[in-house]
Design a protein around this ligand. Structure first.
Ligand code: URA
Length: 246
């Protein structure tokens, strides 16, 4: 017997934390009986359903690379009815989750999957997964400020790890700079806060790369499925052998 949140996450239907929220929200049933307590256990032969849809034991693994536009939330559902990144994907019966978050106003590369193990691996700080951002910021970013971003800036949740930073463009007339950053941390609103710490407001922010994948070729609001080789590469990065995806 296992706790049902564990069975749900093993089936790839949701992360364990998300499964707990679903249970508390009364969305989960065992053999047709709704459960709302986190301690309830079941075994592999019990029929577990989320919103009335029985979860499969080996659901097909799905992997999408989305070019998220601004104005979409990185959640599965919004209680205020706002648009979410899931609205941009094809309708599938599996539960698909974004791997990490982009702010409502950030655009660019977002991976989504129902592969909970891969998601957890890619989000784990231990694997230092690279994320590339292109930030357009107000003012001229001087070399000393770029150096500060590179070595680390102090945010309220601590010093940032070393980053790769490059000034791509400075528009003198319009008074903005474009800076490319490669970071591996994934703190909340990290890039915006890093620029705020050196006195530059971010005007727009786009993620152009994640874990070796690039946005190129996928236009805004569109998605593509990952290839088997890409999934294997991600599994390798996330420290898990890619045997099922080879
Ligand atoms: N950093 C931010 O500030 N926002 C994002 O959406 C991603 C990284």
């Amino acid at each position: 017997m296992e706790r049902i949140q564990k069975l749900i996450s093993h089936a790839g239907a949701a992360s364990r934390r998300e499964a707990e929220r679903m249970i508390l929200a009364g969305r989960v049933s065992i053999n047709g009986q709704v459960v709302t307590e986190l301690g309830v256990q079941a075994n592999e032969t019990d029929e577990i359903a989320i919103d009335g849809v029985v979860i499969g034991k080996q659901p097909a693994k799905l992997y999408f690379l989305l070019n998220k536009p601004k104005g979409y939330l990185c959640t599965v559902k919004d209680d205020r009815g706002r648009k979410t990144v899931i609205d941009l994907l094809p309708e599938v019966k599996e539960y698909i989750y974004p791997i990490g978050r982009l702010d409502y106003d950030t655009e660019g590369l977002l991976l989504l999957t129902n592969d909970g193990a891969l998601m957890n691996g890619l989000l784990h700080p231990r694997y230092e997964v690279n994320k590339t951002y292109l930030a357009k910021v107000k003012g001229q970013v001087m070399p000393e400020s770029l150096e500060q971003l590179r070595t680390g800036v102090r945010l309220e949740d601590g010093l940032t790890a070393p980053a790769e930073v490059r000034l791509m463009e400075y528009n003198d007339k319009a008074g903005w700079s474009k800076v490319k950053l490669i970071i591996h941390e994934g703190r909340n609103r990290q890039v915006r806060r890093m620029f705020a710490a050196i006195g530059h407001e971010v005007v727009s922010l786009k993620r152009t790369g994640f874990a070796g994948l690039k946005l190129a070729g996928v236009s805004r609001g569109r998605y593509r499925e990952l290839t088997g080789d890409e999934v294997a590469m991600l599994n390798h990065i996330a420290g898990k052998p890619g045997k099922e995806n080879g």
